[in-house]
Write a protein that binds this ligand. Structure first.
Ligand code: NAD
Length: 471
């Protein structure tokens, strides 16, 4: 396996115009040198994708599916190496890195099994109307640093399956697994079908405004998502935005507190809380609030916080310094306003380590409750009345996901219907499935990823409306 990372442009693995260093967040030491593309390499990548598009769009769905399967198999055959690199660049514990690699394989395979069919809208004597789906052309995939592989697969699978070509740009702090995937793509795909460039946040605006890019599939923060949307407007590009969230968990009075604590802890602390759909605030019924707090604090205290490669580690570092400082500031503010039940301060050691922290007694206006913390710090809030808690959960500009926990699924489902988010889970969390569309409402996003809806986002509807001359 090469440790000389290269860009993928026009089927060739190439060096960047310059380079930058990628850090290991667990040690704050340099992990690797990453090639950095300049504007002319971006132009070359877009041109290669544009030139490859007509022939790729002309291939059959069966042929494209076979190549997507081959990419998934190539990744599977190197799963161990990908998982180690993912832990090194992202920080997550090795078992979670394995799970991400396997999720990437599963997602690609799920898209390789999907097919796009014509839809007959009218079929009457002498008159037939068909909605036919055509690919868009060059799509840009811009991904964040929390799940660099699987969030790319969410875009790569449907983009290729629908007959489009791609220019992918990973986040500057986690580009390495994407570049390594480029080695597999270079062996399998025709030249130019997928191109990968890396940057330090300079190239995004050039991609999102480029006249030859027909769609931008973006996952990242709401602030950057707004810039992407504005930039794409100049050429009326299609955009899919998967943005931030502030997911509420609502734990009803009939929930056993220990079970609720275990489930909410997992939903909040997996990947050190750096998941768009992590539980970011937990509303717990007054009758079980104190028992719940005791249990969840116990789980947090029992966490093993260390480098992701160490055996038994459950919480790795926060991925980068900027995020570490943001979470540390939210934590410091909350510490003064609520009661710290576990954790409470960043660890005094190299690496961006924040132990899982549980804070009770905050009011809903506290920044830790109102903002997206995106780190291992969870506020637990008390409620007594269902109407009140629904209003509190919905009092957000975000609308990504949420969960209701109860023994009574029908009661929980009725409440779920009234939560204004793209997804509401009942008695489970983080249940992302490539067969099920995923979307944010309000400032959490635009358009769908995954499922048939996610696949169709990479197509345009083309109506063919035909009548017989002698009708
Ligand atoms: P970010 O917005 O800072 O960066 C995301 C990507 O955008 C990176 O590749 C970055 O280089 C690029 N970028 C930066 N400036 C750009 C610009 N002006 N134009 C185009 N691209 C630009 O996000 P992040 O900090 O890497 O990721 C964390 C955020 O992502 C959190 O808010 C999280 O909730 C969100 N997220 C959402 C989902 C989802 O599916 N809804 C999934 C994962 C993460």
């Amino acid at each position: 396996m090469s440790v000389h990372y290269r860009l993928l442009i026009g089927g060739q693995l190439v060096d960047g115009a310059s380079h930058f260093e990628v850090m290991n967040p667990a040690t704050e030491t340099v992990l690797a040198t990453c090639p950095k593309a300049d504007g002319s390499q971006l132009e070359a990548a877009v041109r290669a994708a544009r030139d490859a598009f007509p022939a790729w769009a002309d291939t059959t769905q069966e042929a494209r599916a076979a190549l997507i399967q081959a990419i998934a198999d190539g990744l599977l055959s190197r799963a161990e190496a990908f998982a180690h690199l993912l832990t090194a660049e992202q920080g997550k514990p090795l078992d979670q890195a394995h799970a991400e690699v396997m999720g990437t394989v599963f997602t690609l395979k799920a898209f390789a099994e999907m097919r796009i069919a014509d839809k007959v809208l009218v079929d009457e004597p002498g008159h037939r109307v068909i909605e036919h789906r055509t690919p868009l052309g060059v799509c840009a995939a811009i991904t964040p640093w929390n799940f660099p592989l699987v969030l790319l697969a969410n875009k790569l699978g449907p983009c290729l399956m629908a007959g489009n070509t791609m220019v992918a740009k990973p986040a500057p702090t986690t580009p390495l697994t994407t570049l390594l995937l480029g080695e597999i793509l270079a062996d399998i795909l025709p030249a130019g079908v997928v191109n990968i460039i890396a940057d330090q946040n300079e190239l995004g605006p050039l991609l999102t405004s480029h006249p030859d890019v027909m769609k931008v599939a973006f996952t990242g923060s709401t602030e950057t998502g707004k810039k992407v949307m504005a930039s794409a407007a100049g050429t009326v590009k299609r955009v899919t935005l998967e943005l931030g969230g502030n997911d509420a968990a609502i734990v009803l009075d009939d929930m056993p507190p220990a079970l609720a604590a275990q489930k909410v802890y997992q939903g909040a602390m997996t990947n050190a809380g750096q998941i768009c759909v992590a539980i970011k605030r937990a509303y717990v019924h007054d009758s079980i609030h104190d028992a719940f707090c005791e249990e969840i604090a116990r789980l947090a205290q029992a966490a093993v916080v260390d480098e992701g490669t160490r055996q038994g580690v459950t919480i790795g570092p926060v991925q980068n310094r900027m995020q570490f400082e943001k979470v540390s500031a939210l934590l410091a503010d909350a510490r003064g306003k609520g009661q710290v039940l576990a954790g409470g301060a960043p660890l005094d050691r190299p690496g961006y380590f924040i132990p899982p922290t549980i804070i009770a007694g905050l009011d809903d206006e506290a920044p830790l409750v109102r903002e997206e913390q995106f780190g291992p710090v969870l506020p637990v809030l008390r409620f007594t009345d269902i109407e009140e808690v629904i209003a509190r959960a919905n009092a957000s500009d975000y609308g990504l996901a949420g969960t209701i926990w109860s023994r009574d699924v029908a009661r929980a489902t009725d409440i779920a219907r009234r939560i204004n988010t793209g997804t509401v889970w009942v008695n489970q969390h983080l249940a992302i499935d490539p067969r099920i569309p995923f979307r944010g409402v309000m400032q959490s996003g635009l358009g769908a990823e995954l499922g048939e809806a996610g696949l169709l986002e990479y197509t345009q509807a083309h109506i063919i409306n035909a009548v017989d001359l002698d009708r």
